[in-house]
Design a protein around this ligand. Structure first.
Ligand SMILES: [Zn+2]
Length: 76
């Protein structure tokens, strides 16, 4: 089980620590709140243009391996 240990580039919950800013395209961003206005978004702050932006967690680079396979049907 390796649910707690993540890569150095991943923040809590597998969120990217420095996603690309949607405004200026810069990478000088930081995670402000893993839970933004909604549970499905995280709030980031761009140091370059000093603008807050939100990022959808589920559309971020989330490898399928991080989520358990959906056992539809429940067949063993
Ligand atoms: Zn920016």
């Amino acid at each position: 089980m390796r649910s707690d240990r993540t890569g150095d580039t991943d923040g809590p919950g597998g969120l990217p620590l420095q996603p690309e800013c949607p405004f200026c395209g810069g990478r000088r961003t930081e995670l402000v709140n893993p839970f933004g206005s909604q549970l499905s978004v995280a709030t980031y702050w761009c140091l370059a243009c000093r603008s807050p932006f939100e990022m959808m967690k589920w559309t971020a680079t989330a490898p399928d391996a991080a989520r358990p396979p959906v056992g539809e049907g429940g067949a063993p």
